[in-house]
Design a protein around this ligand. Structure first.
Ligand SMILES: N[C@H](CCC[C@H](N)C(=O)O)C(=O)O
Length: 283
């Protein structure tokens, strides 16, 4: 199986060109290739496939083999791969994802995509649609927050829930460096309030336009960045009155810029996409 290793600010996946390759069992393949010791190494597997409604279609699988509806860092890399490897010449181009067809504007330098701006669509805020089980949460201290009780540590966490096609919880904290992601991440991910589990983000606000965030991803654990998560953080900041509609987010692997536009209610994400190497996997 020929593959390409790519990352968006350190959120790295194994990309397979489904125009040329067939992956019979993507969930099982994701588990194997994502392994950093016995596989290629990555946060999961992303397939770039033909589409009847867009330039290409993407499917993304986490390191545990579960499929997610969307991946923000992944969709920028899919756009870069598709343009740089001649699957399309369109700019803006369209990618079909689990949350519909997204439009992506490419910043091309010397014939290759350097950064991309993605219209990530409208955030989904209705709790049952995120999905969050209303019965398992109560109102939190700030507006648009909900209180989660963490049985393991007897703690109460206030979180904001946003779906960008995939589900996210945002938790504000004064010092993000002090969060024990390995302890708290899996507890939030698997909390009984979330029927499909959740991606969890801890966020420190520096100003109305700048935050630092750290992520525990559903199905992949700690990652260096989460694009859909950064969009959810942008929306959460507005909903809780903490940050403005335009946001610079610092993630462990780099920066993303976000805007939740008032005119169309859509979130726009801009960031780099990088190809690292190509190879052939012989299981
Ligand atoms: N890293 C990805 C999100 C993966 C989400 C996945 N962990 C899920 O189960 O929803 C991003 O850049 O948006």
């Amino acid at each position: 199986m020929k593959f390409t290793k790519m990352h968006g600010i350190g959120n790295d996946y194994v990309y397979v060109n489904g125009f040329a390759e067939t992956v019979a069992d993507p969930a099982a393949t994701a588990i194997k290739v994502a392994d950093r010791h016995f596989g290629i190494g990555g946060d999961g597997l992303i397939l770039i496939l033909p589409s009847s409604v867009a330039d290409v279609r993407m499917r993304m699988f986490n390191a545990d083999g579960s499929e997610s509806e969307m991946c923000g860092n992944g969709v920028r890399c899919v756009a870069k791969y598709s343009f740089d490897h001649g699957l399309t010449t369109n700019n803006p181009m369209k990618v079909e994802t689990g949350r519909g067809v997204l439009s992506i504007s490419l910043d091309v330098r010397n014939g290759k995509v350097a950064t991309a701006t993605v219209n990530m669509g409208e955030p989904i805020l209705d709790l049952p649609q995120v999905p969050v089980d209303r019965e398992k949460v109560v109102a939190g201290k700030d507006k648009n927050t909900y209180r989660l009780s963490i049985a393991q540590s007897n703690e109460l966490l206030d979180a904001t829930f946003v779906s960008m096609g995939n589900p996210h919880a945002t938790i504000y904290t004064p010092d993000v460096a002090r969060v024990d992601l390995n302890r708290d991440g899996p507890v939030v991910e698997n909390h009984k309030a979330f029927p499909r589990r959740i991606n969890a983000h801890w966020v420190q606000v520096h100003s109305r336009g700048e935050v630092t965030m750290r992520t525990w991803e559903r199905g992949s654990g700690i990652t260096l960045a989460c694009g859909t998560g950064a969009c959810a953080v942008c929306v959460s900041g507005v909903l809780t009155g903490r940050t403005d509609r335009k946001l610079l987010a610092h993630l462990p692997g780099g920066d993303l810029t976000l805007e939740w536009r008032e005119s169309d209610n859509c979130v726009y994400m801009t960031g780099p996409a990088t190809e690292v190497f190509q190879g052939e996997w012989n299981p």
